[in-house]
Design a protein around this ligand. Sequence first.
Ligand SMILES: Cc1cc2nc3c(=O)[nH]c(=O)nc-3n(C[C@H](O)[C@H](O)[C@H](O)COP(=O)(O)OP(=O)(O)OC[C@H]3O[C@@H](n4cnc5c(N)ncnc54)[C@H](O)[C@@H]3O)c2cc1C
Length: 385
Amino acid sequence: MFIVGAGPAGLACAGELASEFKVGVAEEHHELGNISCTGVLGIKSLERLGIDYKSSVLSYIRSARLHSNAENIEFSFSKPVAVVVDRAAFDGGLGENALDEGAEILTSTRVVKVERKGKRWSIKLLREGKIEEVEAKVLIGADGFRSEIALSQGLREKWKPDQILSCYQLEVNCSAELTDVYFTHYARNFFAWQVPAGERCRVGLCSRGATLSPKSALKKFVSENGIESEILAETGDVIPLGIINKTYAENLLIVGEAAGFIKPITGGGVIFGITSGKLAAEVLKDASDFSEGSLSRYEKLWKKNIGREINFGLHFSKLFYSLTREELDRIFRTLDKEAVEEIKKNFSFDRHSFLLKVVLRHGYRIFRALGTRRSAELLGELRKI
Ligand SMILES: Cc1cc2nc3c(=O)[nH]c(=O)nc-3n(C[C@H](O)[C@H](O)[C@H](O)COP(=O)(O)OP(=O)(O)OC[C@H]3O[C@@H](n4cnc5c(N)ncnc54)[C@H](O)[C@@H]3O)c2cc1C
């Protein structure tokens, strides 16, 4: 088995597969860990997935303040609901586990070409300036947003501009304890954030369809909001919004962000990436052969497990960002204690469809400031999801 990409999806898949198969993983970077990532991960999901994450934790998140243009609402939980991790340490832990199970991880190794050779794959690697060839029975594309594997094998088209979240993040000195989420015009169709990460904070912004680059938008946003501080690191990256056409073919599976497995409401991809990596391994371990028919089970499994959540998130975000700044202010201003309590009671960090339940049940109160006609329109759209 050969896995292209040593992010959480590829490493989780390798860890599960290596007990039964010979597994190779290629990673073009020298070290593991996506440095652009904020690293906010839901504790319940990490525990359900059996991930050993504690040594990579920088901060625990128990409360968050959401800001509209002129208002804000705070949500506090009695126990932490999420952690902020150091991605190098977190991915390193997944890598250690895969190595312990017997996988081989080749860092500084770029997969430059894959070709079918009868029932097998021929994989060309660029390593220390030289091309090497390896063969494998099954290829797994865990190669993230730019997935050349899915593209070259006709499983996806190029991401369209409205499917791309463009992001920028600063790491700054600060001692905040609260997570802040800002629905600001600087983060068009998405949001900006400040998250505690140990002695530092991660301040970032993603936007979709904006004219201003996320870097310029973020720098204006921090200076206008007085959250400027000494910048210790800065990075930009993109996140896809939308699932690819097909995630399997004969001897081939696509996992993680390469398949579009992202929570559309927050842009988080680590938990769904690990989930899909593990599901892919389960299917490969159970399969009697690696034909397209046998591997189609993977698509059934992820659709049941995370597919509905992703589709819900895509529809919900579209509706949420159709609210004007004034409408969001009005909702925030009139949201009563009871509605906040309902959101807290049903809250799930990774399974956002809980929002549908809450909004459908309490929509008349949540939207009351928008007037009867607009409330009915929004609730009508929500019922279609
Ligand atoms: C600003 C920002 C903030 C984010 N914050 C969060 C967050 O708080 N929580 C969260 O859950 N998610 C977050 N994400 C998303 C998260 O980082 C990704 O969804 C997640 O890393 C996807 O995991 P993956 O394993 O699918 O892909 P990746 O982590 O992208 O791994 C793919 C790997 O494949 C390698 N690769 C690609 N092509 C090749 C090749 N040809 N040869 C060899 N190697 C190759 C890449 O180098 C990469 O290491 C954030 C993203 C951004 C941009």
